[in-house]
Design a protein around this ligand. Structure first.
Ligand code: GDP
Ligand code: MG
Length: 163
């Protein structure tokens, strides 16, 4: 079995966009609507000379009150269980939300290597969110733009270090 990395984080941070970029195909649905329930997706990712399996956690029902639903927790926990390492994604433009902190708890409790990814950082827009993300205790954020393909060599370095 190849090294498996799960992409986790609250809805709308760009997990599926990152998944599609790594897999090189639009296997995952990208949607402006947060919290639309979709299936977990798996694909073979390639980044430079790294090859690994990647899991996109989708189906994260954001409850009306913004609380974590059982389904969100279940899917994230399943993906974490299957993974050798995690990419924990935040929206660096939005800054940290309570939901980010809740998902970060899952990531920390997993006791697996975590790469903190500050997405939507194109054109230096994500500086504030990236700084805030240090508070998650998941290490240094890797600033990327999954949509524009920026920061992928930094992501390569972070992943290569743990594979
Ligand atoms: P997910 O819910 O975490 O899977 O997020 P999606 O991949 O569906 O993306 C949610 C929204 O963020 C979509 O409108 C994407 O086009 C947008 N998005 C994803 N990556 C980036 C990025 O790097 N920069 C910006 N500005 N928007 C992004
Ligand atoms: Mg998605």
């Amino acid at each position: 079995m190849s090294f498996t990395i799960a992409i986790i984080g609250r809805p709308n941070v760009g997990k599926s966009t990152l998944f599609n970029r790594l897999v090189g195909q639009k296997l995952a649905l990208v949607d402006d609507e947060p919290g639309v329930t979709r299936d977990r997706r798996e694909g073979q990712a390639r980044l430079g000379d790294l090859e690994f399996a990647v899991i996109d956690t989708a189906g994260l029902d954001e409850g009306a009150k913004g609380s974590l639903t059982a389904r969100m927790q279940e899917q994230t926990e399943t993906a974490i269980g299957l993974a050798d390492a995690l990419m924990f994604v935040i929206d660096a433009r939005a800054g940290l939300t309570p939901n980010d902190r809740a998902f970060a708890d899952f990531a920390r409790r997993a006791n697996k290597p975590v790469v903190l990814v500050a997405n939507k950082s194109e054109g230096k827009h994500g500086e504030i969110g990236a700084m805030e993300s240090y508070a998650l205790g998941l290490g240094d954020p890797v600033q990327i733009s999954a949509e524009h393909g920026e920061g992928m060599s930094d992501l390569y370095d972070a992943l290569a270090a743990l594979m």
